[in-house]
Design a binder for this molecule. Structure first.
Ligand code: M6R
Length: 612
């Protein structure tokens, strides 16, 4: 969602804040703004990206060593200059930046209007700064206490930073549901939505907990209190992140870098977790709770977006290899549909960011019903990682492109490992098959590297179909969720309408869409359903559809039927999504680039969806 960064220290704040905003822009890029305190509150903000903001800055007004910046993903109010953050109090003494949603803002706004406050924007955030102002002025309170009291009246999610132009040595921050990290450098201090703007300056951080308020003084004194006004005792953590991981490293886009990183990131997801030669596999977080998993009556996986597609593949894996009844739930539905959950259930929550609001709410709901929650998360120290009972990090490094790629294959790597371990431990797969699966899993990084050498061929196919307005993606079994993922990738970065379907379902409706202009991408690698997929392709060809088939190397039958084929190496079917998704990622990427789309920051999207 929105990105937040604030700085106080001996250096010029503005360049640090702008650089930080560029790192946080993956969270939202509808508008951007900064406030710098220097003999007054100097605020600049505008619709658009951080680059647009830089163009309107008056350089002589942004000198100063304390300030804050914001990059917005719009919730309340259109993305325009007025709704951009920071927002000011009525007397213009206070400024606020905010990530989240104040749910009762309308009631608060009406009450404040009755007290004489007037508002210039349509945002919930402006209401909050007026509320802080009202409490502060009426009761003559320090900023942090006025903020605390204001937050006791607020319902919703927030990470905020508040500044007072008359107190140029203090930053106040607070969080509930939305993330906020405090960075402790050498005589300089930071608040940010995540560690990416901080990592260049320090590796010491404190992750604020929900309903905590921090006051940071220029001299390095800081205090964290709860909303009940109790002093908190936070733990300083060391972050393990280096600046190169946050750069494009010579690639044109983060998405392309992340696609190409996959041989490495998949290997990282397995590192220290298996040895096919020695015949063992383990996941630390799972080992401690192995009996819970083995005795689980049911596994329920919950997630959103691409993580939900990984969860769908896990349903096939857990049922096929471990014979455990498994269900997959959109977190946004699960949280509101009064699901039946028992303490015998194991809930697995998947999230790259570890901050997705719906997934977090689903976890909290399942927790309240006594279920055991296992997290599969990328972002170390994130809220979901801290909320679950146990879990496994996927260790693929920061994913910055809004379209998820390497996180998906790393989630699959961990899920596949879990299913293999459970299948073996429960005696559902033989020792021989167990070793074979482990050995094939170990070979995935080199097979993905081989697929990546086909980039030029995939680029050519992209050039042939790039002008389409619609596309269908078909797959069966393990590769049906891959079809969904391929379609999502195309939609989100190229704005082409695409739908994924189980190949056999096509004849129950979508076949009506097929004509000579319709590209149909078929994931046709399944050995078990090869003949059936051949029939599905024939059905498309009979209606003159354009078939792009992802096939196993040496599959001359489908090669002879399809308009375009992309060959990928053979692998056992449960592992095949790890390979078959890679050409689909590249296909979407090239189509989007050829259509002139902003691949890393597609319109209307944000990397981490911390609101409902
Ligand atoms: O961080 P999460 O994995 O919880 O995010 C879930 C979705 O928001 C995310 O996968 C989204 O669908 C991506 N844009 C897909 O590329």
């Amino acid at each position: 969602m929105c990105g937040i960064v604030a700085y106080v220290g001996p250096k010029e704040a503005y360049p640090i804040i702008i650089e930080g905003l560029k790192r946080l822009e993956y969270r939202g890029y509808d508008s951007a703004g900064v406030s710098i305190i220097n003999g007054g509150m100097h605020t600049f903000k505008c619709k658009g990206k951080v680059l647009d903001l830089e163009k309107i800055i008056e350089q002589d007004k942004v000198h100063g060593t304390l300030g804050m910046g914001h990059t917005r993903w719009a919730t309340h109010g259109a993305p325009n200059d007025i709704n951009a953050h920071p927002h000011l109090s009525g007397d213009s003494n206070l400024a606020i930046i905010h990530n989240g949603i104040i749910e009762n803002y309308s009631t608060l706004r009406t009450a404040l209007e009755k007290l004489g406050h007037t508002f210039v924007s349509e945002t919930d955030t402006e209401v909050l700064i007026h509320l802080i102002e009202e409490i502060r002025n009426t009761e003559d309170l320090p900023l942090e206490e006025a903020t605390r009291r204001a937050l006791t009246k607020v319902v919703g999610a927030y990470a905020i930073v508040v500044l007072d132009k008359n107190d140029p040595n203090k930053i106040v921050g607070a969080k509930n549901s939305s993330p906020l990290v405090f960075g402790l450098g050498e005589k300089e201090f930071f608040l940010a939505s995540d560690a990416s703007p901080i990592v260049k300056f320090t590796d010491k951080v404190i992750y604020l907990e929900d309903e905590e308020i921090i006051t940071i003084h220029r001299d390095g004194d800081y205090e964290i209190r709860t909303i009940e006004n109790e002093v908190a005792d936070p733990e300083i953590k060391q972050i393990d992140l280096n600046i190169e991981e946050l750069e494009k490293g010579g690639y044109e886009h983060f998405m392309l870098k992340e696609i190409y990183q996959q041989p490495l990131t998949i290997a990282e997801s397995m590192r220290g977790r298996l040895s096919a030669d020695e015949g063992w596999a383990k996941l630390g977080g799972m080992e401690q709770h192995l009996n819970r998993f083995k005795q689980a009556k049911r596994i329920v996986l919950t997630a959103c977006g691409t993580s939900w597609h990984a969860a769908m593949i896990a349903e096939y894996l857990f049922e096929d290899l471990a014979r455990i009844p498994t269900e997959v739930e959109y977190a946004s539905e699960f949280r509101y549909r009064n699901p039946i959950i028992s303490p015998d259930d194991v809930i697995i929550a998947l999230s790259q960011s570890g901050e997705t609001a719906d997934t977090l709410a689903a976890i909290n709901l399942a927790k309240s019903k006594g279920a055991f929650i296992y997290g599969i998360v990328n972002n170390v120290g994130s809220t979901i990682a801290r909320t679950t009972d146990s879990g496994s990090y996927i260790h693929c490094g920061p994913e910055i492109g809004v379209a998820s790629t390497k996180a998906f294959t790393s989630q699959l790597t961990v899920l596949t490992l879990m299913a293999i371990i459970l299948g073996y431990e429960k005696g559902k797969i033989s020792e021989g098959y167990y070793r074979q699966l482990l050995s094939e899993l170990e070979s995935v990084p080199s097979l993905v590297a081989k697929i990546l050498t086909k980039a030029d061929q995939i680029k050519y196919i992209a050039s042939e179909i790039r002008n389409t307005s619609n596309a269908l993606y078909l797959g069966r079994g393990y590769n049906f969720p891959v079809a969904l993922e391929g379609a999502l990738k195309l939609k989100e970065i190229s704005y082409i309408h695409a739908e994924g379907y189980p190949a056999a379902e096509m004849k129950h409706g979508p076949i009506a869409l097929i004509d000579m202009y319709m590209p149909v991408v078929v994931i046709a690698t399944n050995k078990s359903a090869h003949e059936k997929i051949v029939s599905n392709i024939q059905e498309v060809k009979a209606r003159k559809g354009i078939v792009v088939a992802v096939v196993t190397e040496g599959d001359h039958i489908i090669k002879g039927m399809a308009d375009f084929t992309i060959e990928i190496p053979y692998i056992e079917e449960p592992l095949s999504p790890l390979l078959s998704v890679v050409p689909l990622q590249l296909l979407s990427y090239y189509i989007a680039v050829m259509r002139g789309c902003h691949v890393d920051q597609p319109r209307n999207l944000a990397k981490s969806v911390t609101v409902e």
